[in-house]
Ligand binder design. Structure first.
Ligand SMILES: Nc1ncnc2c1ncn2[C@@H]1O[C@H](COP(=O)(O)OP(=O)(O)OP(=O)(O)O)[C@@H](O)[C@H]1O
Ligand SMILES: [Mg+2]
Length: 254
């Protein structure tokens, strides 16, 4: 296993309307590293995360994941690569009417034939494993409740369990706590950090809360106007850097 799970080289993304969302992004992520991406609204954080598994198609550059250039992968190859990348969204993206455990089982869909997947033909071992993962996020007692009967924080923990159940090498989380209260946010971040550490997963999380970024991250990447503005330790992210990162263009010369 290469030490760098992920390497992004000269990545650019121009949206069809001409918006330059990412400009020459370069960084490497090590195995087990917990990286938090911060930056003002519109900086390009979501575009960056979504480019990594090509939910958003980059314009040019290279994304080397486990030694392979994701941007060169055809459809079949991309499907295989995506198995190894767990994604967590702000809105949880669960199937609300299905039981919690069933949602976690969906993490295995990338490994199944489409027919088996379509009919939900999971075997006993799959179910056992899903229950174990639910236990790891403290939700074993909620396993057979409908997903929409759970609180927001619990639903996000189900989404974490689903991502972990993919047996991924990389977790991407786009503002996983943006719709949660401070207490639930803390609990979700605790579980996310815990399970990623336990499995030695490289994790990239977009956050708006600088204090939480500093509390949980091994490394912080600050993005501004589509460029990397800061890449370093939480300690190095001083108040001065934070101010500059979030300062608007027109105020730069004030
Ligand atoms: N589908 C799209 N088409 C055109 N422009 C887009 C599209 N999606 C995003 N953008 C633009 O790309 C830039 C980066 O957007 P992005 O959503 O990546 O920012 P962000 O840092 O995630 O912001 P936020 O913190 O508000 O979520 C912004 O200027 C945005 O308006
Ligand atoms: Mg965003």
């Amino acid at each position: 296993m290469p030490e760098n799970i992920l390497e992004i080289k000269n990545l650019n993304k121009v949206y069809p309307d001409g918006t330059k969302a990412l400009k020459n992004i370069n960084f490497k992520a090590k195995k087990g590293e917990f990286i938090v991406v911060i930056g003002p609204s519109g900086a390009g954080k979501s575009t960056l995360l979504r480019s990594i598994n090509r939910l958003s198609e980059p314009t040019d550059g290279e994304i080397i994941f486990l030694g392979e250039n994701i941007l060169k992968a055809n459809k079949g190859k991309l499907r295989k690569i995506r198995r190894h990348i767990g994604m967590i969204f702000q809105g949880f993206n669960l199937v609300k009417r299905l039981p919690t455990v069933r949602n976690v089982l969906h993490g295995r869909l990338g490994y199944m034939s489409s027919i088996k997947g379509a009919f939900g033909m999971f075997d006993k071992n799959d179910v056992q494993k899903a229950l174990e993962v639910l236990e790891r996020v403290g939700l074993e007692e909620q396993a057979f409740k409908r997903a929409d009967e759970l609180s927001g924080g619990q639903q996000q923990r189900v989404a974490i369990a689903r991502a972990i159940n993919q047996s991924p090498s990389l977790i991407l989380a786009d503002e996983p706590i943006a719709s949660l209260d401070p207490n639930s946010s803390q609990i979700v971040m605790d579980y996310l950090r815990k399970v990623c550490d336990e499995d030695g997963l490289t994790t990239i999380v977009n956050l708006h809360q600088v204090d939480i970024a500093k509390e949980y991250a091994d490394r912080i990447i600050g993005v501004k106007d589509g460029e990397i503005f800061y890449d370093g330790s939480p300690r190095g992210l001083t108040d001065e850097v934070i101010q500059k990162l979030y300062r608007k263009k027109e105020a730069l010369h004030a």
